[in-house]
Design a protein around this ligand. Sequence first.
Ligand code: PHE
Length: 338
Amino acid sequence: MIKELEEVKKDFLNEINSVATLKDIEQLKIKYLGRKGIISDFMKTIPTVPAEQRATYGLQINTLKNEFTSLIGDVTRRLSRGAIPRTEKELFDITLPGKQPPLGKKHPITQTIDDVKEAFARLGFDVAYGPEVELEYYNFDALNIPSDHPSRTDFDTFYIKNDILLRSQTSTVQIRIMEKQKPPIRIIAPGRVYRPDTVDARHSFMFHQVEGLLVDEGVSFTDLKEVLNQFIKTYFGKDVQMRFRPSFFPFTEPSAEVDISCSICSGKGCSVCSYSGWVEILGAGMVDPHVFKAVHYDAEKYTGFAFGMGIERITMLKYGIDDIRLFYENDIRFLSQF
Ligand code: PHE
């Protein structure tokens, strides 16, 4: 290295070693690396150097510049962490009230899933999960949904390729769990499901469900009714009523759709419940023997019930939210209310 540069380096090292405050280091930075600083002055002399030495000379200046930059960076970081004593004025006044950083919170959907998990944990239910990208077998075949069922067509389901799709229901987890475990089974399975619905205030191509499955010897429809009754009272409150309507699902028999008295108008009738006083929140029923056959359970020995509930739906009902799209827009004004 040429002599002048060596001198500069020596000076720099001396000075940086005696730096005590962030202000000092800032000044040092301006002095050496600033637009009119020492390094910059050297750069300007490059064209005056004989052509054959120019490259080496330039390289040396650059190396020095990089060294200075990195040392200044190190010292700045150490000073900001308070590693080196600062001047009296800069000392941190521990008697000042602290600054509260803005606290984030859980998304309302996540909160509802937590609430649901907790309510069912009290009834002895474990939590299970299954994949969102799923085999057609778990979404349909094993659930006794025949190959000519309309929900199997491309218009009703998102296919990745032939037999792989985005699951349209969390009922897939019923099969996955029963394949792996022997009864007694007592699980809930929350998660996302996908259907190519046109987005509006009530519909979304992606939403959340929570599946429930209980299988054991001697399980009856009254067990299903009481488990749901317990949940609904815990989640919506004691005054909410529940009713069962006969329905059909290929994987349950008998099947029912379950309504609760509209929590917005307390059953008097409003736009949310289409002036009927009731709103549907889930589908349920006794596990169909065909499903037990698919997972090699003895249908003579075991019975069970299953249900699938819409997470957005119950959240909207509980808090009086009238548009499902609000959940997905990341608008802090909406999210911070929960
Ligand atoms: N999987 C059904 C749906 O998405 C709901 C359901 C689950 C019904 C379990 C019965 C039993 O509509």
